[in-house]
Design a protein around this ligand. Structure first.
Ligand code: UN1
Length: 490
């Protein structure tokens, strides 16, 4: 698979390639280019040339391409979902959901082409007009993760182009196929050459080249906190606008008055969906002591029938994790949990029987009696592991929720309106759910988190436009004379 630059699949020099593996079967499904700084330079030059003209295309016309992209994605939904499951592993139902998230984003951002509101405000001076408009920034760099290979890319690329920027997208090396499919969509709708560019390769090479390139003005990154810190440091040195979405250690709070059956459903869906590999995944359950035993028992019962296997099989509920390294990381945290004295109630093993032996499967795992300050309860695992933490009050539950370095998503199950409102106010996360698990963000709301999860920016929703536009304040004096603000009107 080669880069998509200036509307063509390009290869520069000989280059190196690496294998893309299906996490469910271990089979090689493609070879992807590991690009060099030179490839990035070529892509940035193309994007820079294209941006001048693209910025002059009226936003509603730019939006027409997005309507077309949305339409083509809708037509190809099943195909895209199958490619997604094959390269990333998530079960087909979730893959369809992820593609739908991209389609939703296309139509939503297309609508922005006719809004993109600025402000008109009175001037303090007579015969003077004042307004603010959103201006494009230029060439932007998008660095996306493997866990949502299409949705996250659409959160970033669609607002970027509707606002008049052009982009270079570096997808994760584990999941280049979805980017390749999106390049075909861009091509099919006739998006002008150089508006969308895709450069495959490693973060150290391609990512760094993008961040350091003087013509790339914005970097929008989703990935680990460790890499994000590096992106921010490097970007900061080059005075880039850097938008970061990073880790999470999300919790569901179950109060003594909760609908326990509903809480069990919410916990399992958000903890084991995508095999726990969502930034929004539920990793901790903070439970009131009065309902702890009941919740434990009901969770265990509901976990039993969960089928594990290849996500292309419609009956499978939990797919593989992305690769061997991820599997080892999960296994190491389970060991840490045991050493810390947490009680392992279910799972806790790599699955190797029969057809599972070729892929990377981890059994859905439940720990109880987990200390809120243990490593198991504080660090991101990115796998199907739930840690139950007992508390005695809502205040304690909120403190435990907020005790981690991350702040992406949180949830409370309770029927008490007062508790619910107190919680939504005091939970220090960018997303709060009431009577639902920690996953399932919709594209027209801001997506992102506080503390170690982000750096103040948001993906998705209108908030995404803030990342990809500069505010420009425009003053038009039609008095025909020099008028001095702050002086002539005081
Ligand atoms: C992510 O995990 O990085 O809210 C994205 C959700 C999805 C997006 C998750 N809509 O779980």
């Amino acid at each position: 698979m080669n880069n998509y630059i200036n509307g063509k699949w390009q290869e520069i020099g000989t280059g190196h390639y690496t294998a893309v593996l299906n996490p469910a079967t271990g089979e090689e499904i493609a070879q992807v280019r590991l690009s060099s700084t030179k490839d990035v330079d070529t892509a940035v030059s193309a994007a820079k040339r294209a941006q001048k003209e693209w910025a002059l295309v009226p936003a509603p016309k730019r939006a027409d391409y997005l309507y077309e992209i949305g339409r083509v994605m809708k037509e190809k939904k099943e195909h895209l979902a199958r490619v997604l499951t094959t390269e990333m592993g998530k079960v087909i139902e979730e893959a369809r959901g992820e593609v739908q998230e991209g389609i939703d984003m296309a139509f939503y951002m297309a609508g922005e082409g006719r809004r993109m509101f600025g402000e008109t405000v009175p001037s303090e001076l007579q015969d003077k007009f004042a307004m603010s408009v959103r201006a494009p920034i230029g060439v932007v760099g998008l660095i996306t993760p493997w866990n949502f290979p299409v949705a996250i890319a659409t959160w970033k690329s669609f607002p970027a182009i509707v606002a008049g920027n052009t982009f270079i997208w570096k997808p994760a090396t584990e999941t280049p196929l979805m980017a390749f499919e999106m390049a075909k969509v861009f091509d099919e709708v006739g998006l002008p050459k150089g508006v969308a560019n895709i450069v495959f390769g490693a973060g150290a090479e391609v990512g760094t080249a993008l961040i350091e390139h003087p013509d790339v003005r914005v970097i929008s990154f989703t990935g680990s906190t460790e890499t994000g810190r590096h992106v921010a440091e490097t970007g900061g040195r080059h005075l880039k606008k850097v938008s970061l979405e990073m880790g999470g250690k999300n919790a569901v709070i179950v109060m003594e008055d909760a609908d326990i059956e509903l809480a069990v459903e919410g916990i399992l869906w958000s903890a084991f969906g995508t095999a726990g590999q969502r930034c929004t995944a539920c990793s901790r359950v903070i439970v009131h002591k009065d309902v702890k035993a009941e919740l434990e028992q009901k969770l265990l019962k509901a976990m039993k029938p969960l089928t594990i296997g290849n996500g292309l099989d419609e009956s499978v509920k939990i797919g593989p994790v992305i690769n061997q390294k991820a599997l080892e990381k999960i296994a190491s945290y389970v060991e840490i949990g045991k050493q810390e004295g947490a009680k392992l109630l279910a799972g806790g093993e790599i699955l190797k029987e029969g057809v599972l032996s070729k892929g990377h499967y981890y059994a859905p795992t439940l720990f109880s009696d987990v200390r809120w300050d243990s490593r198991l309860a504080q660090e991101e695992i990115f796998g199907p592991v739930i840690s139950l933490i007992e508390v005695e009050s809502l205040e304690e539950a909120i403190d435990v929720n907020n005790s981690v370095v991350y702040g992406l998503s949180s949830s409370i199950f309770s029927k008490d309106i007062n508790k619910v409102f107190q919680a939504q106010r005091d939970l220090d996360t960018g997303i709060v759910y009431v009577n639902a698990g920690t996953t399932g963000a919709e594209i027209h709301l801001p997506f992102g988190g506080t503390k170690g999860t982000g750096n103040g920016h948001r993906d998705s929703g209108v908030a995404a436009l803030d990342v990809f536009t500069e505010w420009k304040s425009i003053y038009v004096d039609f008095s025909g004379k020099l008028q001095r603000a702050q002086i002539d009107n005081s």
